[in-house]
Design a protein around this ligand. Structure first.
Ligand code: HEC
Ligand code: HEC
Length: 422
């Protein structure tokens, strides 16, 4: 907890320095040189909200939104006993206090992994999971690190045995699913664990930001409130939705179209091996080969509507070097940046787009991207805008104070007890 405070203060300092400007700036809109957005720009800005977004439970996961599942999922997320050496949990790399990432380039479970740890914030609004989209549901993505030799290095038998032997966990499992883990086979229990972990992760969401406040003020036509938005962020926003074309990929309230693109980040995996990260191309192959995908037997959605997008996938040449467009909400807290974690700061990210080397783009055909050749001030403005996408305080997480009391065996399983979707 101590460590959390320090880290967040670093981020929070930048933001609170900014909020000072934000509140002092009430009269800015009337000052000369302050940007007024035209109608087309306003309509583009409005598309990045409102926040929070509507959400309804995931039909492919029958315990999505279930309070017992959330509770059990949270416990297992931090439980190192699921791993092969009793030392690694999901929380090793997805650290609440670090906005559910870890602040390092690449982290280590049982061994060093190939990619930067993404945040788990707002996962419930994603369509594809992992940076190469190798999973098509949050629950199947949650199974992958359990089995991956570099992460938890575990297997279905180990996980199932652990739950069966622990009376409290068994009881919670039974309350969630209506069946004891002792009456299910190992693989079914593993899938159950993935599903409760998904239910827990679905509760991790970012809050209203200075940008949202500005966006809603524009929507209401409230000039005085809109005038509070700092002017450097305002200029940066104009670049973001204008000549920077950032919002063609970083679209909507999540600031991502949820799809995959090549933006010319190196494809080599650091470490001298000259191993190449195949990105989305290899992700599609992994996804189609997985028995935990939405086409498989563990999808709880009887209509199978959730599997439609997966049915139409096939790896194509253009998918090499494509990675998922990250959400930019809380982006001030997700560094280092890019799938490889090779950029330490937002300034470096903006420089990447400004000085882009188009020869590094592997995309077939015409790419949208051109070097933006931004001036120093424009670059700083763009960063100032990105910083307004951060919540200005620590992620609201109660710590490991579980909502549920000790479990009593024999009580009726509660599966209809759903969270109200906000
Ligand atoms: C060793 C560090 C590490 C551990 C341990 C770990 N993760 Fe991750 N996580 C990552 C990395 C790296 C990625 C990106 C993976 C990729 O692109 O293939 C990731 C991706 C994810 C994603 C997808 C994020 C997105 O943007 O699509 C989810 C969800 C996730 N992890 C959940 C979990 C859960 C649940 C556990 C525990 C069972 C876990 N992780 C354990 C490092 C880790
Ligand atoms: C063609 C689509 C596209 C456009 C246009 C685009 N981006 Fe991105 N952006 C991506 C993709 C894809 C990644 C992830 C690349 C990777 O992981 O290697 C990314 C990564 C980022 C990141 C790092 C986020 C993180 O958590 O790692 C930031 C910040 C960012 N973009 C901001 C911008 C800005 C600012 C602009 C406009 C100057 C912009 N993007 C234009 C697709 C795009």
């Amino acid at each position: 907890m101590k460590k959390m405070k320090t880290i967040l203060t670093a981020g929070a300092l930048a933001v609170s320095a900014m909020s000072a400007v934000w509140f002092a700036g009430a009269t800015q809109a009337n000052e000369p040189g302050v940007i007024e957005f035209n109608e087309a720009e306003v309509s583009r800005i409005l598309r990045h909200g409102p926040w929070p977004m509507k959400w309804s439970p995931d039909p492919s996961n029958r315990v999505s939104g279930n309070t017992h599942a959330v509770d059990l999922g949270e416990r297992l997320f931090f439980d190192e006993k699921l791993s092969a050496n009793d030392k690694v949990s999901c929380g090793t790399c997805h650290i609440a206090e670090y906005n559910w990432t870890d602040g390092v380039k690449r982290n280590q479970g049982l061994a060093l992994v190939d990619r930067n740890t993404p945040t788990l914030m707002n996962m419930r609004h994603h369509r594809w999971f992992a940076l190469d989209g190798a999973a098509d549901s949050l629950w199947s993505q949650s199974i992958r690190p359990i089995l991956d030799a570099r992460e938890l290095g575990s297997n279905a038998a180990h996980v199932a045995q652990y739950l069966r032997k622990d009376a409290d966990l068994s009881c919670r499992y039974e309350k969630t699913f209506g069946i004891s883990p002792s009456k299910q086979d190992d693989e079914a229990v593993l899938v159950g664990v993935g599903k409760v972990m998904a239910a827990f992760q679905e509760t991790l969401t970012t809050e209203f930001t200075p940008f949202d406040q500005f966006r809603d003020a524009l929507a209401r036509g409230d000039k005085a409130a809109a005038g509070l938005y700092p002017r450097d962020a305002r200029r940066g926003l104009q670049i973001f939705i204008g000549k920077g074309i950032c919002s063609t990929c970083h679209t909507g309230p999540m600031f991502t179209n949820g799809e995959f693109h090549d933006i010319g980040v190196s494809h080599f995996i650091e470490g001298g091996s000259k191993k190449v990260d195949g990105g989305r191309h290899d992700g599609i192959k992994l996804l189609l080969g997985s028995k935990f995908n939405l086409l498989g037997p563990y999808n709880d959605d009887a209509t199978r509507a959730t599997a439609t997008k997966t049915t139409h996938l096939k790896p194509e040449r253009r998918n090499f070097g494509e990675f998922k467009v990250p959400s930019l909400r809380n982006v001030g807290y997700t560094g280092p940046y890019m799938h490889s974690g090779e950029m330490m700061t937002l300034e470096q990210v903006v420089r990447h787009y400004s000085e882009l080397n188009i020869e590094r783009l592997h995309t077939d055909g015409e790419s949208l991207l051109r070097p933006l050749k931004l001036t120093q001030r424009e670059s700083a403005d763009l960063v100032a805008f990105l910083q307004t996408l951060n919540m200005d305080r620590a992620p609201p997480w109660r710590g490991k104070e579980y909502a549920m009391p000790p479990c009593t065996v024999g009580s009726k399983a509660v599966v209809e007890d759903n969270y109200a979707a906000p």
